[in-house]
Design a protein around this ligand. Structure first.
Ligand code: NAD
Ligand code: ISE
Length: 336
């Protein structure tokens, strides 16, 4: 039996998920798509399933009888209404990050899921599925570097478009670190501060770039994350954990080192699609398997909610330039 999936939002990652579900993963087929741009939705799905139905409304797709599960890959601020609609229909849903862009929307989603009495949502935080992050976590939890004291992290994108503005550095980009670092350290944040260094000439009026986000955790670990989304040279994700006895760093993706023309070089990737390709494959396969088995185990609405609480504090800190407190409620039993 194959899981019949409908995809809402067929832009960059939505069309990549259509490709991976069809060609790389097992146990699923894409039977429906929807996008505000219906032409693009048709174009995105036709090479993979010319018989897939194109819906003008995402809600109609969710409620379609032949759709067992939904992937939401539309723009962030549209996620909440589709997730709520899928939960109401009792359907499994994979929602790309962020789960929602307000705390209230996250709370409504959690309430709706609790009312259904079972997990229906997996959030698209793929970094915990990345081999490098997994190895890093094992080194930390095995105590090899002693207790972690500090983390230095870097999230650089080659460039972004004019529609990407200052607060998106948090909800679009930093949100990955907000999720993966609390998983990595098994800790929670208590405060955030944002510092704006000298701005790059490659940015535009509505985007302050780069930014440095400083976080503090309950156990006193200090984290600095550089978010630099017009760094020009490539897509670069770094994470170094400084412990009492040693440091451990996320490995760079494997790349051939080339000795040529009096130079020694290695290429740097430019696209998140390639950098985390295996992690995306594993997270969506786990979603498919979970839906077929009737039990989701991946990142939950709680992870989406906690990341949003921290993200809201960071966005506030962008305005106030002050240290903003972060307070995370107790986790309900369903998500433990
Ligand atoms: P994109 O702009 O390429 O695609 C978004 C698509 O959503 C567009 O086709 C747009 O027409 C459609 N859309 C907008 N509003 C809609 C609505 N109300 N209903 C239906 N469709 C709508 O963006 P993208 O890069 O593909 O990002 C999409 C989502 O995936 C974002 O939430 C983003 O944060 C997330 N994302 C996650 C990762 C990751 O690493 N996990 C990477 C990229 C994007
Ligand atoms: C994008 O939406 C992603 O999620 C990428 O992983 C991230 O690096 C990028 O900054 C976001 O815009």
């Amino acid at each position: 039996i194959k899981l019949r999936i409908g995809v809402i939002g067929t832009g960059a990652i939505g069309s990549d998920h259509i490709r991976r579900c069809t060609h790389t993963l097992s146990g699923a087929e894409i039977v429906a798509v929807s996008d505000v741009n219906t032409e693009n939705a048709k174009k995105a799905v036709t090479p993979y399933n010319p018989n897939a139905r194109v819906y003008e409304s995402g809600h109609d797709l969710i409620n379609a009888e032949n759709v067992d599960a939904v992937i939401i890959a539309s723009s962030g601020q549209t996620h909440a209404e589709y997730v709520l609609s899928a939960i109401k229909a009792g359907k499994y849903v994979f929602c790309e990050k962020p789960l929602a862009t307000t705390i209230e929307d996250c709370q409504n989603i959690i309430q709706a899921e609790q009312d259904q009495g079972r997990r229906l949502v997996q959030v698209g935080f793929m970094r915990p599925y990345d081999k490098g992050y997994r190895e890093l976590k094992k080194i930390i939890s095995d105590g090899i570097i002693g207790s972690p004291l500090m983390v230095h992290a870097v999230h650089r994108n080659q460039k972004v478009g004019e529609s990407y503005v200052t607060h998106m550095s948090i909800f679009e980009t930093l949100i990955h670190e907000l999720d993966v670092l609390r998983w990595l350290l098994n800790d929670d944040y208590i405060s955030a501060q944002v510092i704006f260094p000298r701005q790059t000439n490659y940015t535009h009026e509505k985007l302050r770039d780069p930014q440095i986000v400083l976080l503090e955790t309950k156990s006193g670990i200090r984290i600095d994350v550089e978010v630099f989304v017009n760094c020009q040279y490539g897509y670069d994700i770094q994470c170094s954990v400084v412990g009492e006895k040693g440091t451990a760093s996320l490995p760079d993706p494997a790349a051939v080192s080339l000795r040529l023309g009096e130079k020694l070089t290695t290429s740097i990737l430019t696209d998140w699609k390639d950098r985390f390709i295996e992690a995306y494959d594993i997270e969506i396969q786990e979603f498919i398997n979970g839906c077929l088995a009737g039990q989701l185990n991946g990142p939950s609405t709680w992870n989406g909610y906690v990341a949003a609480i921290a993200a809201v504090a960071c966005v506030k800190a962008q305005d106030t330039l002050a240290i903003e407190p972060i307070s995370i409620p107790d986790c309900p039993a369903m998500y433990k």
